[in-house]
Design a protein around this ligand. Structure first.
Ligand SMILES: O=C(O)c1cc(C(=O)O)oc(=O)c1
Length: 317
């Protein structure tokens, strides 16, 4: 199905729309599971894409996101501001407000954001800000500006979500470790999974978490990181042939070493994938391969995201 992009915007050439008619996961999700990394795009006619964006997606609004949540068996979402909306958080806020308390958000703000705006975002369910260092997605923001934002949001009890690629970690290390909040790293810090899980590149990332108890990570996006697949598509993978097998040792290492600081999300609608679009139900089934047992799955999908995003409702493990 060719999904529209409304509002007079033209989809980036080669853009892959999200997978139509995903399977129902075979994996039994624990009650109250949270999809802790997903996005909303537009719709463009109501929530225009940002002038500074690096891609133009198909529209992927809140109704489609909530339908996917229910289909896959999740109870809640954490919606992360996508770079195609820049620092205009209207689509995100609209989705959070429409969720009946079942979605929290991570926003993008500028240094000059007014206190009243931060309070408004908090009331809507925003609990963090995202700093993006992936050069194909955003223009450079000076670190002193980011640090100033972190200092503004820390008193609200918010955290910082960071997105970067593994080769950039050495240069970003001092900045990350100076942040005054919980720091959540997107997509395992994007390791090169052709390198050994015990090698120096992933070793540095593991060290970041080991030495800094305020650092968490999402063990998400195997579909972005995998080099040898197979993809999460019907007929291409199965219980004996897990999808994204080359990413499993990396995610599993983090789940086992830091069971209380890992999160997971679908990353729906999967911006900028070039090769294939995963079946989200099969993507959920991938989790069976990265957790050693049900207790770890519960921490990953329920206890950890609840503690971070709904602390008032979290009853404890
Ligand atoms: O790798 C990506 O292209 C990507 C982009 C975005 C975004 O544009 O916000 O978010 C993600 O989590 C991943």
């Amino acid at each position: 199905m060719n999904r529209p992009t409304t509002g007079g915007f033209a989809k980036t050439p080669g853009w892959l729309d999200w997978y139509d008619g995903p399977s129902r996961p075979r994996l039994r999700l624990p009650d109250g599971a949270v999809d802790a990394h997903c996005h909303v795009f537009g719709p463009g006619e109501r929530f225009p894409y940002a002038p500074e964006r690096k891609y133009t997606p198909c529209d992927a609004g809140k109704d489609d996101l909530f339908a996917l949540r229910d289909h896959l068996g999740f109870a809640r979402n954490v919606i992360v501001q996508a770079t195609c909306h820049g620092a205009d958080n209207r689509a995100l806020v609209d989705a959070c407000l429409a969720s009946g308390g079942r979605a929290r958000g991570v926003a993008t703000v500028r240094r000059d954001v007014a206190d009243a705006e931060l309070e408004r975002l908090h009331a809507a369910g925003i609990r963090g800000v995202r700093f993006n260092f992936v050069k194909r997605l955003v223009d450079f923001t000076p670190k002193d500006e980011l640090l100033a934002i972190a200092q503004r949001i820390a008193p609200l009890g918010w955290h910082v979500v960071v997105y970067f690629e593994a080769p950039d970690l050495p240069e970003l290390w001092d900045f990350f470790t100076a942040l005054p909040t919980t720091v959540v790293v997107d997509h395992m810090g994007r390791p090169d999974v052709t390198q050994p899980v015990d090698g120096p590149q992933f070793g540095l990332f593991v060290r970041l978490l080991r030495e800094h108890p305020n650092v968490w990570t999402k063990v998400s996006c195997p579909e972005r990181l995998s080099v040898s697949g197979p993809p999460a598509l019907p007929g291409r993978c199965g219980p004996d042939r897990p999808p994204y097998a080359d990413v499993i040792p990396f995610a599993r290492r983090l789940v086992e070493a830091f069971p209380d600081r890992v999160l997971w999300g679908t990353d729906w609608p999967h911006p900028n994938l070039k090769d294939h679009m995963p079946d989200d139900g099969l993507l959920v089934d991938w989790l069976a391969h990265i957790v050693p047992d049900e207790a770890h799955l519960r921490r990953l999908l329920v206890d950890n995201p609840m503690r971070l995003y709904w602390p008032d409702e979290w009853k404890g493990a």
